[in-house]
Design a binder for this molecule. Structure first.
Ligand code: DC
Length: 227
């Protein structure tokens, strides 16, 4: 059986991994998995359904049956049970809620096959925390993006202020540090680079520079120059 090629892009939030993953998907004309969105949707959907984050069986049953539609080829709208929830999914507080349910091993197991099902022709770019370590350990190419918590908070601050959202840099930094701590110390699939990942520190790199660097690796390793 032919196994489709996967490129993984992992790292903490605010490193530009979502931007890189989406650009690679568009560049190659491949599918795109936003695994963080699956955790965010599970957190929001269970909350709306009155299922407590401590109700592991309830969370898993919801994750197994939730009817989610992504504009998978490129990042776009997210529809849960017929309702458009893209804006809500991308809120800071939804990321924090996702990080809490994501620490539950049974829920991670319930979402594993769902994520693997995104591996479809002609190929997949998978964005997350454990794409290269757990979900697609056989990926052809693995990127792990890093950046200091201060730089990531600063980037997020600029994004939110530009959108007209009133936030404090200090509270953003505190939230990022709390989420990093939770994501990297959990017992199952903690945030860490795969042994064979290419580590890219994006502190001093623009999004264009990160994309150009990634394309060099894609070309060198896979001989793919884009669609
Ligand atoms: O990438 P993101 O900010 O959308 O992710 C939201 C949370 O979901 C993140 O804090 C941890 C969790 N997550 C995870 O545990 N594993 C993944 N593959 C993706 C996200």
């Amino acid at each position: 059986m032919r196994v489709e090629t996967v490129i993984t892009v992992d790292g903490p939030s605010g490193t530009g991994k979502g931007t890189l993953a989406q650009r690679l998907a568009r560049h190659l004309g491949w599918h795109f998995l936003d695994s963080g969105a699956l955790y965010r949707i599970t957190a929001l959907g269970t909350e709306a359904a009155g299922i407590a984050p401590t109700d592991t069986a309830g969370l898993c049953a919801f994750a197994a049956r939730m009817d989610v539609a992504f504009a998978t080829r490129f990042a776009g709208s997210i529809v849960l049970d017929g309702a458009e929830i893209s804006d809500q999914v991308r809120l800071e507080e939804s990321g924090a809620k996702a990080s809490i349910v994501a620490a539950i091993p049974e829920l991670r197991a319930a979402l594993l096959q769902r994520q693997r099902d995104f591996r479809q022709p002609p190929g997949l770019i998978a964005d997350g925390r454990d794409m290269g370590t757990v979900v697609f350990p056989d990926a052809a190419l693995k990127f792990y993006l890093t950046a200091s918590a201060e730089e990531r908070a600063h980037r997020r601050y600029k994004q939110l202020i530009n959108k007209g959202v009133d936030v404090s840099l200090r509270s953003l930094l505190r939230d990022i540090q709390a989420r990093d701590e939770r994501d990297s110390t959990r017992a199952v699939a903690p945030l860490r680079p795969a042994e064979d990942a290419i580590i890219v520190d994006t502190d001093t790199l623009t999004a264009d520079a990160v994309f150009a660097l990634a394309c060099q690796h894609v070309d060198a390793r896979l001989g793919l120059r884009g669609a």
